[in-house]
Design a protein. Sequence first.
Length: 106
Amino acid sequence: MQSVVDSLRKKGKIYKKMLEIAPKELGVRNRIKIYKATDIAGYFYSIFAVSQKSKLLMKDVHKFEEIYAKLALFCGHNFKYKIIFIDAPLCSKAKEALMQQGWKIQ
């Protein structure tokens, strides 16, 4: 979690509350770190951290949208911003699809 906070702090994002949600709580079996954060202005952020060796494809984009929908139901509200940290290579079509759906890729 510290690496996510540090990289966001470099970009000027400061959060007053950040909570890690286990994927098991959402019924997800993927290796993903999910965070729910609140910034100083009171906006809610959903932050996903993905670390994998294989390339991220369109099927993964659909998977992230499903996880986001489950997260919104679990928390009881929608999020103003969606941020995703990706350590793997990213397919150009997947990158375009993520940006169209409102994700900020870090």
